[in-house]
Design a protein around this ligand. Structure first.
Ligand SMILES: [Mn+2]
Length: 358
């Protein structure tokens, strides 16, 4: 089963059409050698920032990828600096993320409980200073990330690779260049991070992600990975399933369900993935209201169908919509719907959809 809840992580999951990226090494051995050398050089430059007297803060916007990267940086610096503390500003709500922290015993502290001046060096991973006000307030010595490069900040050392599916895939190259074999906990964290950030390789990923994934497969504890990814539902959220099952309508192998108001749109993804398991259902449409928006999750078998294109056709004019063949998502401000979406129900969902599907 895919990690449904994380599929919608950071709101960037299904929106993005899968990007084609150039494989880094292709088949050329010399190219591989060049990149390995580059990895060693980068490692040396990064480690060169630190000395024995340093107390290092690794700042993260806590999610699986950043947690794994922070653990890896801690490992890289273990015998090189006096201390490494991982600080995060956001509250961790997602159950699977909490499970990851607990099960892998990742030592993290809330950023607001830490004082910037207590740290002689600061590192930011899987994010950039402009991403959060809490980061903007700090001056970083190193930034390692895979999000699109932003401007308006500086760091002595930067390694930004937007073509990578996960920042963990970048940091693994440092570990490997340092010839450090990750512990089971670290390998599990990194492995899980790549799974989540690439949505099991269903979205943007580079060859480097696949290489790291293969490397970690043997080192990670798969049972722990399963346990973490299966920690998705709060008992209270089962009520949404009740509503979805009561509301659902099936017509022409298409399943529709409007779940109503939800506290977290991730539950819509979980429900859509669940309905997608039903035999002889080739399209799933699950909608709900979150905040001031209608959120619609699309699933299909991807055979002669394209969820991303359909989402765009139905909702592109009145909101944001996108995705790829099998999975897509649309978000529409309620004010763009008839009656501000007040009487939106499963029938409305069906009606809107049927206009655009033969
Ligand atoms: Mn990431």
């Amino acid at each position: 089963m895919p990690t449904a809840r994380d599929l919608a992580s950071k709101g960037q999951g299904e929106h993005l059409p899968a990007k084609k990226t150039k494989p880094r090494c292709r088949s050329s051995k010399s190219a591989c050698r060049v990149s390995r050398k580059a990895a060693k050089e980068r490692l040396a430059e990064f480690l060169g920032l630190f000395g024995k007297e340093d107390d290092v803060l690794v700042a993260i916007n806590a999610d699986p990828d950043s947690l794994a990267c922070a653990l890896a940086v801690k490992r890289l610096l273990r015998y090189r600096v006096r201390s490494v503390v991982i600080g995060y500003p956001n509250e961790i709500r997602r159950l699977s993320n909490l499970a990851m922290v607990e099960r892998l015993k990742i030592p993290i502290e809330r950023l607001h409980n830490l004082k910037g001046k207590d740290f002689s060096k600061k590192v930011l991973v899987d994010s950039q200073p402009t991403h959060l006000p809490a980061f903007e307030a700090l001056t970083f010595d190193a930034v390692i990330d895979h999000h699109p490069l932003t401007t308006g900040w500086q760091a002595r050392y930067t390694d930004i690779r937007p073509e990578y599916g996960a920042a963990s895939s970048i940091i693994i190259e440092y570990l490997r260049a340092a010839e450090m074999k990750p512990s089971v906990a670290l390998a599990t964290a990194l492995f899980y991070a790549i799974k989540v950030d690439t949505n099991n390789f269903e979205k943007k990923a580079a060859n480097a992600d696949a290489i790291s994934f293969t490397y970690l497969f043997a080192l990670a504890n798969q049972n722990l990975v399963r346990k973490i990814e299966l920690s998705e539902l709060r008992p209270s959220e089962l009520n949404y399933f009740r509503t979805a099952l009561t509301e659902m309508k099936i017509s022409q192998e298409r399943l529709y369900a409007h779940v109503g108001r939800v506290r977290n749109p991730d539950i819509l993804v979980i429900i859509a993935n669940f309905f997608n398991l039903v035999n002889q259902v080739s399209w799933v449409f699950v909608s709900g209201i979150h905040g001031e928006k209608l959120v619609v999750i699309f699933r299909c078998d991807g055979y002669k169908k394209n969820a991303g294109i359909l989402a765009q056709k139905i909702y592109g004019q009145i909101g944001s919509a996108g995705g790829h063949r099998q999975a897509a998502r649309a978000e529409v401000p309620l004010k763009n719907l008839a009656k501000q979406g007040k009487d939106f129900d499963t029938k409305t969902l069906m009606r809107l959809t049927k206009v655009h599907i033969e």
